[in-house]
Design a protein around this ligand. Structure first.
Ligand SMILES: [Zn+2]
Length: 307
């Protein structure tokens, strides 16, 4: 990772980022870049026609040569679920606030942000503190719902919306801190997926543990940078890439969190914890492996659903 992003850049990004939204844009775009090259030709063509229905399509492909537009739109689309969080015409609400609309699947007429679709927090405790089950709807319920709708006779507006969300959520659930919350003696109500702990990098403290993990693929650049990053990722194990049950993706992420996120120097409490070189090397390796795996699995999911 260091060859793509210097330590100073990582530091500045951690502190400039407004809030944590799972892999920052570059991570999500890299997942999509990996997936694009692995789609079946028919699924790639169908996905391209669906993405033209997204209200941001023209913006995604402005000044892009015609023969590159499908690929660039596919990669950009992976960040749309985060982009709408910054729009005045989209409304943020909790599951309780959104009520029955929290699980809506009505296409682009839906102007809710649905923050709670971005994660599914399986409880984890290193010391036997009781945890709480994840709320629904969540990333797992929505991946299942959108995958089913994509393969159904739903209209193209709904399928386009669902495809754009899948491009994002499959990436999200491969970020270990989007799949778990730690319950412990010091944090008996949970750590909100690593949002309660802060870390120190070099001599700078204060970034959230969650944001550190979100930012491991960087946040600068566009689709061609994502393509370059994608090409440099390790090839995932074929058996792992063929796992198509999203519940297994989530439980794998939770186990990775136990093993690599909540590893020394992260102990109970809110920190700040000074990350060691060894911790950071593991974190970069896990992040790259997870992004490569997410891309391969996303390609299979879309190729199956858009046959
Ligand atoms: Zn997200």
């Amino acid at each position: 990772m260091s060859k793509f992003l210097g330590a100073a850049t990582v530091l500045s990004l951690l502190f400039l980022s407004p809030s944590a939204h799972a892999w920052w844009d570059m991570g999500h775009m890299t997942v999509a870049a990996v997936a694009y090259h692995q789609l079946t030709p028919s699924a790639r063509a169908r996905a391209a026609s669906l993405l033209r229905l997204n209200p941001d399509f023209d913006k995604w492909v402005r000044s892009v040569p015609a023969d590159q537009q499908d690929r660039v739109a596919f990669i950009h689309a992976a960040t749309w679920a985060d982009d709408i969080k910054r729009r005045d015409d989209y409304e943020r609400g909790s599951i309780a606030h959104d009520g029955a609309e929290a699980s809506a699947n009505i296409g682009y007429a839906d102007h809710r942000v649905h923050d709670y679709w971005h994660f599914v927090d399986l409880p984890f405790s290193p010391d036997g503190t009781p945890g709480a089950s994840p709320q629904a709807p969540n990333a797992l319920t929505q991946i299942e719902a959108f995958r089913k709708a994509l393969a159904s006779d739903a209209n193209d507006d709904v399928k386009s919306y669902d495809l754009v969300w899948l491009l994002h959520l499959v990436g999200d659930v491969h970020q270990p801190l989007h799949a778990t919350t730690r319950f412990s003696r010091a944090l008996p109500k949970g750590d909100r997926g690593g949002n309660n702990e802060t870390i120190c990098l070099a001599f700078t403290c204060g970034a959230k543990l969650h944001a550190y993990w979100d930012g491991l693929l960087g946040d600068r650049g566009g689709p061609s940078d994502a393509d370059t990053l994608a090409a440099a990722l390790p090839t995932p194990d074929a058996t792992a890439a063929a796992i198509d049950d999203p519940a297994r993706w989530v439980s794998e992420s939770e186990r990775l969190a136990e093993q690599f996120v909540y590893a020394g120097p992260i102990v109970d409490g809110v920190g700040p914890f000074a990350l060691t070189d060894a911790y950071q090397a593991d974190a970069h390796r896990v992040a790259q492996q997870q992004v490569a795996l997410a891309g391969a699995r996303l390609a299979r999911l879309i190729s199956m659903a858009l046959r």
